[in-house]
Design a protein around this ligand. Structure first.
Ligand code: NAD
Ligand code: IPM
Ligand code: MN
Length: 367
């Protein structure tokens, strides 16, 4: 059997810096961990625009459709702020998500014990936190039509449309129920059915799908109240399912429960391919962090944990995903901290690359 294939798209800003640390882990697996991947690397975002005049070349899009999994760093940056909307770096990422039909975006927020003191919330509120946000990723207000900036009388109007079909809600709800079945069997669906028709339909369809999962305790919450509950008592949640925009906001908030945006990985999954694996893209939740790019300050853990999610969800290597997660837990327990996690007594400041080396050393020690 041929090796599993991975397309790596480091992107912009700290993307290439954190991805370099993931490459060390992939290399470790090839040399010592008994897993060899066929890796190709390509451009996405601003760097793709610089070379091709578009944030995602058609050839790169075609490669992404063929591989077993895509690993992405981050896109965007101030250099590209004034580009035409259609060629902005973020459009490259959105094209990947849409054309690969990656409708279920899994954003786990787990608070490692070593970081419980570091969260902006009190320790007992976040210690042991382990929740999973499932964000719908290919529809909603990000993609709905009509959209654009139009002339209306003597002024302009900016329009985006929140739009969900029943089948779009159904498939992401099913993905969330399936995850809940493997976890704590609790699912909270968040929308604003009090003010939005799309929210009313969302609630109806999720409730209907729930009939197929009688073991899962389903609850509903308005997304604004959900945001409040997420910071008031986050451990009440197991799996949360929500739409594209609410999921974007709620997952950034959840990231801070864990200590830093630099800790949060994600998996974006689509329908199964011919080989039974889901179409998949893995990326940290954070962006290109232009404020710290090029300084060796970026935390590579979100990207490393995204690779762990690839091991689990694309390559059926749950035990190896556990190994990578345990290695991360160990370096944090040892007190190693990148710049985003400094501030406590007795911790050891390390650079991006030292953090990657430490995770590799912990993998070595795990054999
Ligand atoms: P950001 O996530 O890049 O940064 C927010 C803050 O978190 C910054 O202070 C940054 O230094 C810090 N941070 C983020 N990741 C970190 C890490 N790994 N280690 C340490 N600190 C980290 O969000 P932003 O500043 O709003 O956006 C910057 C650019 O990134 C924009 O162009 C935006 O569109 C883009 N973006 C891309 C993605 C993506 O590629 N998936 C996601 C979010 C934002
Ligand atoms: C994310 C980002 C993206 C989003 C941007 C960069 C397109 O914020 O992945 O959370 O809004 O989905
Ligand atoms: Mn976001």
């Amino acid at each position: 059997m041929s090796n599993p294939s991975l397309l790596i798209l480091p992107g912009d800003g700290i993307g290439p810096e954190v991805m370099a640390e993931v490459r060390k882990i992939i290399d470790w697996y090839g040399a010592k961990g008994g897993l060899t991947f066929d890796v190709t690397e390509d451009l996405v975002g601003g760097c793709a625009y610089d070379k091709h005049g578009v944030p995602l070349a058609d050839a790169t899009m075609a490669k992404a459709q063929e591989v077993d999994a895509v690993l992405l760093g981050a896109v965007g940056g101030p250099k590209y702020d004034n580009l035409d909307f259609s060629v902005k770096p973020e459009r490259g990422l959105l094209r990947l998500r849409k054309e690969m039909d990656l409708f279920a975006n899994l954003r786990p927020a787990q608070c490692f014990d070593a970081l419980a003191d570091f969260s902006s919330l009190k320790k007992d509120i976040v210690a042991g936190l382990d929740i999973m946000i499932v964000r719908e990723l290919t529809s909603g207000i990000y993609f709905g039509e009509p959209r654009g900036i139009f002339e209306e009388g003597n002024e302009r109007v900016g329009i985006n449309t929140q739009r969900y079909t029943e089948s779009e809600i159904d498939r992401v709800a099913r993905a969330a129920f399936e995850l809940a079945m493997k976890r704590g069997k609790k699912l909270c669906s968040m929308e604003k059915a009090n003010v939005m028709e799309s929210g009313i339909l969302w609630r109806e369809v999720v409730t209907k799908v729930g009939e197929d999962y009688p073991e899962v305790a389903l609850s509903h919450m308005y997304a604004d109240a959900g945001a409040m509950q997420l910071v008031r008592a986050p451990k009440q949640f197991d799996v949360i399912v929500t739409d594209n925009l609410f999921g974007d906001l709620l997952s950034d908030a959840a990231a801070m429960l864990t200590g830093s945006l630099g800790m949060l990985p994600s998996a974006s999954l689509g329908a199964p391919m011919a080989n039974g694996r889901p179409k998949a893209l893995y990326e940290p939740v954070h962006g290109s962090a232009p404020d710290i790019a090029g300084q060796g300050k970026a935390n590579p853990i979100a990207c490393i944990l995204s690779f762990a999610m690839a091991l689990r969800y694309s390559f059926d290597q749950g035990a190896e995903a556990d190994r990578v997660e345990a290695a991360v837990e160990k370096v944090l327990a040892d007190g190693l901290r990148t710049a985003d996690l400094l501030g406590e007594e007795g911790v050891q400041p390390v650079s991006t690359s030292q953090m990657g080396d430490a995770v590799v050393a912990a993998l070595d020690a795990s054999l």
